[in-house]
Ligand binder design. Structure first.
Ligand code: NAP
Length: 286
């Protein structure tokens, strides 16, 4: 039997941890399947997606910078699920009867990790998101009308306004607060959960994305950065005895949900988590 082929496209993509995680899952279930990284520049995206069937690729993850353009391709040539349509971006394709079906598992992956890893249920709570880029958008659009409030701040005022106007097209606009830099500390002091959705903290030499003094008692902290076993923010929050996690769980569960969409099988979550942890540890020591 020919191997089933899966993969991730991005540009660049060679540092992606998805191949290690997904291949560990295939091998744990004894599946004849292989997941590869495909470096595809923006100009080559349509041609690559057109050739999925002839390349016998059954499922794909999509990462930066292709998530929005790939959604456009799937809209023209296949089917988009409701969550991906609302978000306006996809991170997963399943080829069914030769046609691409588009999904976005980032928001659901975040949610599952928030509830299972951080033990925080966002419904009715006050959420503060630092950053209004792609990941913050996936999170805010998945949380939707669940939280009491979602306050978002970003150094890029145009991006912040873009997320606000996108959110209000689908959800109760009174729940969403676009917060300028001068009001960010106050908004955080009134929040139950801080989500860092900026790249600040990816380098060990980075400053904290918020002042340590702003991490108040009872605050839950979700830092979506995953390239370090613990970021500066997670370390500082833990020092203050707050509940805090990195984004390893978000990365894990977006992959778990994609795996289940592609294969219809229950993903071996513990195997995938272990593979990710080991890859992060070895990338750091190399
Ligand atoms: P992005 O689209 O570039 O968005 C990040 C936003 O944060 C940008 O608008 C950026 O503004 C802003 N920003 C930077 N520093 C800031 C600060 N000090 N205060 C307020 N806003 C600030 O990036 P992304 O794709 O959303 O990714 C963000 C981070 O999430 C990355 O570290 C990425 O690795 C991580 N991530 C994790 C997962 C996961 O599965 N765990 C998934 C996706 C992304 P400028 O553009 O002006 O700098």
């Amino acid at each position: 039997m020919a191997k089933e082929l899966y993969g991730i496209i991005g540009y660049p993509v060679k540092h992606s941890l998805s191949p290690v995680m997904q291949n560990a899952a295939f091998s744990a279930l004894g599946m004849e399947a292989e997941y590869s990284a495909y470096e595809v520049p923006p100009a080559g995206l349509d041609a690559f997606l057109r050739g999925l069937e002839s390349k016998k690729i059954a499922g794909l993850n999509i990462t930066i910078p292709h998530k929005i353009a790939a959604k456009g391709y799937v809209e023209r040539h296949g089917t988009l699920d409701e969550n991906a349509r609302r978000l306006g971006a996809i991170n997963t394709i399943k080829v069914i009867d030769g046609k691409p079906n588009g999904f976005n598992t980032d928001g659901a992956g975040f949610y599952r990790s928030l509830v299972e890893d951080l033990k925080f249920a966002p419904e009715g709570r006050r959420i503060f998101i630092l950053g209004a880029g792609g990941a913050a958008t996936a999170i805010a659009m998945y949380l939707g009308n669940g939280p009491k409030t979602i306050a978002v701040t970003d150094i890029d005022a145009a991006k912040l306004e873009g997320l606000r106007s996108h959110y209000r097209k689908f959800y109760d606009e009174k729940r969403f607060r676009a917060v300028g830099p001068a009001d960010a500390a106050k908004a955080l002091s009134e929040s139950d959960l801080l989500i860092n959705a900026t790249p600040v903290g990816m380098k060990e030499s980075d400053p904290l994305p918020v002042d340590a003094a702003e991490l108040h008692a009872g605050l839950y902290v979700y830092d979506i950065i995953y390239n370090l076993p613990a970021t500066g923010l997670v370390k500082e929050a833990t020092k203050k005895k707050l509940h805090a996690v990195t984004g390893l769980g978000m990365l894990l569960y977006q992959g778990v949900i994609a795996f289940e969409i592609w294969t219809g099988k229950k993903a071996p979550v513990d195997v995938m988590r272990k593979a990710l942890r080991e890859a992060i540890r070895s990338a750091r020591s190399s």
